[in-house]
Design a protein around this ligand. Structure first.
Ligand code: DC
Length: 221
């Protein structure tokens, strides 16, 4: 079977992580969470005391950093930050770092390197539009704002513990606004992406739909 490049984009809490993980396990593909790369850079900036608006310094950090985002582990320069990057503070820092065009250029180049040989499910905000505009399968996952906030509030890996859904909803709204209105590669739906609204859909059903799409795009060998 051909080693496809599968791009999964969409806003926070749309289910990208869950679906990408399930799909990659099923296909025996690598799963690359590009959001974790922006988060890890945000973490390193705090760790080293670099201000988020110093684009040159953050770009230098990103260029020199050894980042691992595979196998359920996120590490940067030897620090295991798998849990440390899932905090409300890093939510904000990652969004700030992701606004910087030069930092994006560095990370996009890495993402292309990682994914170019295929056999990969890559999730993010700009995978089908910028990183791999020729991806074999492009999916844009979405859900109502209320449902996305509910999912995030119930996901302690993201919220860091029990939090109020209202506070999560506000934080998500602020981040979505930042991600979709920034100048550099804003979150947008690629014209050739398949849009799936997962509001009220059980995970299994979403995976079924995505699996069918992948099968349709897989050339018979
Ligand atoms: O998916 P996430 O919440 O872990 O992403 C963290 C931040 O990075 C979020 O503000 C969106 C941004 N991001 C991006 O701009 N481009 C990507 N390919 C992935 C994430």
């Amino acid at each position: 079977m051909k080693n496809l490049i599968i791009a999964i984009d969409g806003p926070s809490g749309a289910g990208k992580g869950t679906i990408s993980r399930a799909l990659s396990e099923e296909l025996g593909y690598r799963h690359i969470d590009t959001g974790a790369m922006y988060r890890a850079i945000g973490w390193l900036a705090i760790h080293r005391g670099v201000p988020f608006d110093d684009e040159a310094a953050i770009t230098a950090l990103a260029s020199g950093a050894d980042i691992v985002v595979e196998g359920g582990v996120v590490a940067i320069d030897g620090h295991d930050v798998t849990r440390a990057i899932r905090t409300p503070e890093i939510d904000k820092t990652a969004a700030a770092v992701a606004r910087l065009p030069q930092v994006r250029a560095v990370l996009v180049a890495r993402q292309r390197e990682i994914g170019q040989s295929g056999g990969v499910v890559m999730e993010g905000r700009d995978i089908g539009t910028v990183v791999f505009p020729d991806a074999d399968v492009k999916i844009y996952l979405d859900a109502s704002e209320e449902e996305r906030a509910r999912r995030r509030a119930g996901d302690s890996a993201h919220s860091g513990g029990p939090v109020e859904q209202k506070a999560v909803a506000e934080a998500i709204r602020a981040r979505d606004l930042s991600d979709s209105t920034r100048k550099a590669s804003p979150l947008t739906l690629a014209p050739d992406a398949v849009h799936i609204d997962t509001t009220g859909m059980p995970i299994g059903e979403v995976v079924d739909r995505v699996r069918t799409l992948v099968k349709d795009r897989t050339p018979a060998s």
